[in-house]
Write a protein that binds this ligand. Structure first.
Ligand SMILES: NC(=O)CC[C@H](N)C(=O)O
Length: 388
């Protein structure tokens, strides 16, 4: 038997932020180097879902939860086919996983998938720094790279691509369409554009009797209508919504055709753009599983899962005519984050279309927002019956 990893001397590693601040730690996962956008997640659970969420593509995730890896890794919880984070920053890795569902250790999984990480970092201090200075590029270096002069490492961080302006859906989407069959009797057909979709989303739709046709991000309006869908869905996904031109054009065609539409996260930002609103980069984003959001139609507060670095710029007070096209009628902000008043949902009053910035699929996270899938079913039902 190999000696336990913590009995081995870990290789030194260094984390270098774009503004020059550096943190020393130990190599964790794959040894090597990686650069990306430094973001922090406050989720205490669900690291497997976080790591495999395609929206984290090109991001180095800093975990504020101090102890990571406790429940190991299994083959049931991934949200996609691989780990997407560009790097992983933790304070104190679990010495050994303890869960009846665990099949491997987290560190072995990170190493097997080539994900460079760093442990032994004061992730609270790093998070406070990111909150003060904002999300920025970062590099994690271990092995030979960690021995290079820090100025050279900093140079590599400063020349890495920025998240602003990045069009990344094409790098994470499925290459071929596939179908997630309805559970039980099939009631609806939905075309779901995969911009970085999480597995739980079609799974929850399927439970509502929806047959979900997941399409590549490059799908055309003709490919969508060929399915005669009862509804169209746009998923979450990485990158800057301001760079998603094809998707916005497609969504405008969907709205013009009055096909019921539901969008999550990136899908919400794209609905915002299709209606004529702008989007902007948040200082450090929302990532975690306990973010309070108010549903303005009911006044109810939901505790929700978030993962977004951009947001829609829309007026919070009441309905307005869609600024991009008056033919779309009135639109209002349906949900707002109680921490910072960021737009968390949009609702069209004269079109069958709505979206949320957060994650009703809650993988991981609380299930408070599950009703949003029921709303999609109601919208499609009303549209079928000519009431929408
Ligand atoms: N989870 C998502 O869909 C994220 C959307 C977008 N990439 C953002 O960071 O805001």
């Amino acid at each position: 038997m190999n000696p336990h990893p913590d009995l081995l001397e870990r290789e030194p590693a260094i984390l270098v932020l774009e503004d020059g601040r550096a943190f020393c730690g130990d190599a964790y996962g794959a040894v090597g180097e990686t650069v990306g956008e430094a973001v922090f997640s406050t989720g205490m659970t669900g690291y497997q879902e976080t790591l495999t969420d395609p929206s984290y593509h090109r991001q180095v995730v800093v975990m504020t939860a101090p102890h990571v890896g406790n429940t190991g890794v299994n083959d049931e919880d991934p949200e996609s086919r691989r780990i997407w984070v560009a790097g992983y920053v933790v304070r104190d890795p679990a010495v050994r996983p303890s869960s009846w569902r665990s099949q491997r250790t987290l560190e072995d999984e990170l190493a097997a998938q080539g994900v460079v990480g760093i442990s032994g970092i004061d992730t609270r201090a790093l998070t406070r720094h990111l909150r003060e200075r904002g999300a920025m590029r970062v590099g994690v270096f271990s092995g030979a790279a960690a021995r290079e002069p820090q100025e050279q490492l900093l140079e590599r961080v400063r020349t890495a691509p920025q998240m602003s302006g990045a069009a990344l859906a094409g790098e994470v989407t499925t290459t071929e369409p596939y179908v997630v069959p309805a559970v039980g009797e099939k009631r609806f057909t939905v075309a779901a554009l995969d911009l970085g979709i999480k597995a739980m989303t079609p799974a929850l739709m399927a439970q509502q009797g929806i047959e979900v046709h997941v399409l590549p991000a490059t799908a055309t309006f003709e490919q969508v209508t060929a399915l005669s869908p009862d509804g169209v869905f746009f998923s979450n996904g990485p990158g800057d919504p301001a760079s998603a031109e094809h998707e916005v054009t497609l969504l405008r065609q969907v709205l013009d055709a009055r096909i019921p539409f539901f969008g999550i996260c990136f899908g919400n930002q794209l609905l915002g753009r299709a209606l004529g609103f702008g989007t902007y980069k948040l200082k450090y984003g929302h990532r975690g599983i306990n973010q309070p959001v108010i549903d303005r139609s009911t006044g109810k507060v939901e505790v929700t899962a978030h993962n977004h670095g951009f947001a829609v710029d829309a007026p919070l007070d009441g309905a307005v005519t869609a600024p991009g096209n008056p033919a779309y009628g009135r639109v209002q902000v349906s949900h707002v984050c109680l921490n910072d008043d960021v737009v968390e949902g949009l609702e069209c009053l004269d079109l069958p279309a709505y979206s949320v910035q957060y994650h009703p699929e809650a993988a991981a996270g609380p299930h408070d927002a599950g009703y949003l899938f029921d709303r999609f079913v109601s919208l499609m039902t009303a549209n079928k019956e000519g009431r929408a």
